[in-house]
Design a protein around this ligand. Structure first.
Ligand SMILES: [Fe+2]
Ligand SMILES: [Fe+2]
Length: 193
């Protein structure tokens, strides 16, 4: 694996200034959340740094990489049909973290892969990175500040609220909802006992 310094230099060279600022903000916030909620801070920071490393790869190229590398993207046909090719970026980023940046840690790679759609089974680290991406201090929408407040107290509540926001936002926009977002919601919503 590269050193963190090498990874940061590599990312800075390929990401736009805005994405780089987002990346740093997510990495720092993920590290803080990990300390608060018992995940490994170094892993959270590394996953935060790499979570969007392939986000600026053009959508059709991402689709090709998913095929070529046989990445386990949930409901890939849905993504191709709807044309929201950007939804490939989490898995392509995880694969790039491994192939280009030499990250071997499966927990880190899983957290990168799950940061947009969630997953059927999510670790504390996965939730930390998912929440950190949505609520990083660099985010300008008001929900980010609200989720940050919740996240300091309860990672699970912040995670649920983030999934809920993504779902409702998509519905309000009249957009298609990726089936994994629905599954993540159904799995992690607050259940009445
Ligand atoms: Fe992302
Ligand atoms: Fe992001």
């Amino acid at each position: 694996m590269m050193t963190e310094k090498e990874i940061m230099a590599g990312l800075k060279a390929v990401l736009s200034p805005g994405r780089w600022a987002h990346t740093l903000s997510v990495a720092r916030w993920a590290e803080t959340l990990a300390r608060l909620h018992g995940a490994n801070p170094a892993k959270a920071r590394l996953a935060g740094l790499l979570h969007d490393c392939a986000k600026e790869v053009p959508g059709p190229v991402q689709a090709d990489l998913v095929k070529k590398w046989r990445l386990p993207v949930p409901d890939a046909p849905f993504i191709l049909e709807t044309g929201h090719l950007g939804l490939f970026h989490a898995h392509v980023s995880a694969a790039t973290a491994e192939r280009t940046y030499g990250v071997k840690d499966k927990a880190v790679l899983a957290a990168v892969a799950a940061h947009t759609l969630g997953a059927d089974k999510m670790s504390v680290l996965d939730k930390v990175v998912y929440v950190a991406d949505f609520s990083a201090p660099q985010r300008r929408y008001p929900e980010a500040a609200a989720i940050r407040r919740v996240a300091r107290r309860s990672l699970d509540d912040a995670f649920r609220e983030t999934v809920r926001w993504k779902l409702t936002h998509a519905l309000h926009a009249g957009a298609a909802v990726h089936p994994q977002t629905v599954r993540t919601w159904n799995r992690y919503r607050r259940k009445e006992s």
